[in-house]
Write a protein that binds this ligand. Structure first.
Ligand code: T46
Length: 139
């Protein structure tokens, strides 16, 4: 996969007029891959942290459609925290990136656009194993 172990913010444009706004997102345009799956996290309880894994082969875009949450991402070089509170911004996370999501507001709806169908075997849930994989991969 191109851009493995990386992340970036993607700004979506809004087609606003006097009635309000509309944000359109298309595969291979705003989204740099073909979208095979869409899911969303809602009603996440206060003080809950989710995620705690990386993926072997998955590109995703996370968008806080309403409310806000924080995302911590980590690759072989650095850790970075993002505050997602704008439905016109997506956080793209490629494979081999550890992620944790937390500080969800009660109204947070975190939409995720994914490049692959759901595959439990694609998850790396052991942080030590993840650390070994990225250390090996960066040589
Ligand atoms: C990720 C972050 C951002 C499915 O049945 N289908 C699916 O497509 C997904 C994503 C999950 N599930 C089931 C598996 C579990 O029984 O939904 C339950 C919760 O999934 P999980 O504990 O993996 O959720 P999070 O919030 O820890 O992580 C999710 C995604 O799984 C993951 O790929 O990058 O959101």
């Amino acid at each position: 996969m191109k851009n493995k172990g990386s992340w970036e913010l993607i700004q979506f444009s809004s087609k606003g007029d006097t009635r309000g706004e509309l944000v359109a997102i298309e595969s291979q345009k705003e989204i740099p891959f073909s979208i095979k799956r869409v899911y969303y996290l809602i009603n996440t309880k206060k003080d809950v942290r989710r995620g705690f894994h990386a993926h072997k082969n998955l590109d995703q875009i996370l968008i806080a459609i309403s409310g806000s949450c924080k995302i911590l991402v980590e690759n072989h070089k650095k850790r970075e925290e993002f505050f997602l509170n704008d439905c016109k911004v997506g956080l793209r996370i490629t494979n081999l990136v550890w992620r944790e999501m937390y500080d969800f507001t009660p109204d947070c709806a975190l939409l995720v656009l994914a490049s692959q169908h759901y595959d439990p075997d694609d998850y790396i849930r052991d942080y030590q194993k993840f650390a070994e994989m990225i250390a090996h991969d960066s040589k």
